[in-house]
Design a protein around this ligand. Structure first.
Ligand code: AMP
Ligand code: MG
Length: 523
């Protein structure tokens, strides 16, 4: 097994005066030390050897003969900017024994031609944080870039004070972003842009269908020809995936924090985990990023802002949407696709809300009472701002209690439930709502309560990486070189839906919720 690099990444350098990447040497790893390793991902990649040994890591990295800083642009807070990997390198593409392809990317590897005055470095703390959050998202079933390992570098990194330096190895099926196309459309001739884009879209659809393997004997990807139907179906699939991704973020309380188009993957996965965080209470206006003072990327605005980003992606695809390159026809198609994105997005969010309450959207779609149960619950969440996770876990307890209490399957009333309620009522809506919800399920059929319970247990995590837990673990790791809490939280986050045990103990909100908690980009 070895690294290679597909034609399309190198294309920009050879075909245009614009530069779509810059070859860079690999960083010297000899004086680094392994800070954290993802054994499961190491195995998945088929990487043999002890990665604690820097010689082993060096050998692997040096096998990548042409590491490259990738160029991309992006709309940041609504404004167009030329960017590129200022502190990251694509080592190359790696294929495991099963033929699955991974881009292996370094973050914090030193300044590149796209560094724009930045130091190209990253702190150990920020890279460990990205490692933890990406793996937590993965455990929660949210598509994301993954983290293989973090090395501690011998360099001090200046961020108001000197901090320990870190280097993250992250993987993804590929690292193409909306911003990659925004750059290419400006850097390449129309013909080369079309070929380049078709090649990336082809790679993306292969990744989606699980057929990304490359016959290295044959060499690299052939660059695609224009194919308007292919572009349309790419966008449709991206729309579904992206809409579902945002619904996942809402489901698990994740605030990405910096939804600029340079951070939006063409694959529909979470990427660039900088100022992200998790809400505690149900506050749709919550944003954590120090620079998001107007809440553009607040938790509850993620869906709306992703529509905006979908519009930017469509604007890049516009020249490829109509075979005859008729602008008015392409515009019509783009409008339809945009509307379709909005429909997917609305649908994905609604389904998520229903499933969190144990209601199968397909089964109860035409039931008025189910609609009113969901909308009343959502209204209660907005008004009462309970702890988002405990609210659902408490409901789960209620349905379990009702099932035990009521083996004869008669309907319950508020009083009966009251005597069975032993936990705090703060994170529950009115007893009338709870009784209505339970009775609705009881009336729906013999197994409806059990089905609802199982659905809820698959949708509502019993543990998320609460901000205070993450910060505490990072303090332990970086300030005190103690990795016991890190190991405990990482292990728990691999099975966040498991009921009982450690999860419920860890999953307590901090006394003051997350008042004053603030995150930063580019650390
Ligand atoms: P991010 O907020 O991580 O998405 O970064 C936005 C842009 O700034 C990207 O082009 C990054 O590569 C670049 N960048 C962030 N931090 C640094 C740094 N310390 N040195 C150089 N470039 C950076
Ligand atoms: Mg970024």
């Amino acid at each position: 097994m070895s690294f290679w690099r597909s034609d399309y990444w190198a294309l920009g350098q050879t075909l245009s005066s614009g530069r779509l990447g810059a070859d860079m040497p690999s960083p010297d790893l000899s004086a680094m030390r392994l800070a954290s390793l993802n054994h499961a991902l190491q195995e998945e990649l088929g990487l043999v050897g002890d990665l604690k040994e820097m010689n082993t890591v060096s050998e692997w990295v040096l096998d990548a003969s042409q590491p490259m800083a990738m160029a991309y642009a992006g709309h940041q807070y609504g404004h167009f900017t030329m960017l590129g990997d200022g502190r990251a390198l694509l080592l190359g593409e790696w294929q495991n024994d099963l033929g699955i392809c991974y881009d292996v990317h370094l973050k914090g590897s030193g300044p590149t031609p796209f560094a724009r005055g930045g130091d190209g470095l990253a702190t150990l703390r920020a890279m460990l944080r990205e490692f933890m959050i990406s793996e937590a998202l993965h455990g929660l079933g949210v598509p994301t870039t993954r983290s293989l390992m973090v090395l501690e570098t011998p360099f001090k990194v200046w961020r108001d004070v000197d901090q320990r330096g870190g280097l993250l190895f992250r993987t993804a099926p590929h690292h193409g972003r909306i911003g990659t196309l925004e750059y290419a459309i400006r850097a390449l001739s129309p013909e080369n842009y079309a070929r380049y884009t078709m090649a990336i879209l082809d790679r993306t659809t292969r990744c989606w269908s699980g057929t990304s393997s490359i016959d290295q004997e044959q060499g690299l990807y052939t660059l695609g020809n224009s194919d308007p139907d292919g572009v349309r179906s790419f966008f449709e699939e991206w729309s579904k995936r992206q809409a579902e991704l945002v619904a996942h973020w809402m489901r698990v309380g994740f605030v990405h924090g910096v939804l600029n188009t340079d951070n939006i993957s063409l694959l529909g996965i979470t990427m660039d985990l900088g100022p992200c965080a998790f809400v505690n209470s149900y506050d749709l206006n919550r944003s954590f990023s120090s620079i998001d003072s107007h809440g553009r990327y607040a938790w509850g605005r993620q869906s709306e802002i992703m529509e905006w980003n979908a519009g930017v992606l469509l604007s890049c695809l516009l020249p490829l949407l109509d075979g005859d390159q008729k602008e008015t026809r392409a515009m019509m198609i783009a409008k339809e696709l945009f509307q379709q994105y909005r429909d997917f997005s609305k649908q994905a969010l609604e389904c998520m809300q229903w499933m969190k309450l144990g209601l199968d959207p397909q089964r109860f779609q035409s039931n008025k009472e189910a609609h009113s149960l969901v909308s009343n619950w959502q209204a209660w969440l907005v008004q009462a701002r309970p702890d988002y996770y405990l609210a659902y876990l408490n409901l789960e307890d209620k349905i379990q209690q009702a099932m035990q209490l009521d083996s004869e399957a008669h309907l319950v009333d508020g009083l009966e439930l009251e005597s069975a309620w032993t936990i705090s009522q703060d994170d529950l809506p009115s007893k009338a709502w709870v009784a209505q919800w339970i009775n609705f399920l009881k009336k729906a059929g013999e197994d409806a309560c059990q089905d609802a319970l199982s659905l809820m247990q698959s949708q509502n995590p019993n543990l998320i990486p609460r901000n205070h837990l993450v910060e505490n673990v990072l303090d332990q790791m970086v300030l005190y070189n103690n990795d016991a809490d890190w190991d405990e939280l990482m292990a728990a986050m691999r099975e966040p839906y498991q009921r009982g045990g450690l999860n419920r103990r860890l999953n307590q909100p901090p006394p003051l919720s997350d008042a004053g908690y603030c995150t930063f980009c580019g650390t």
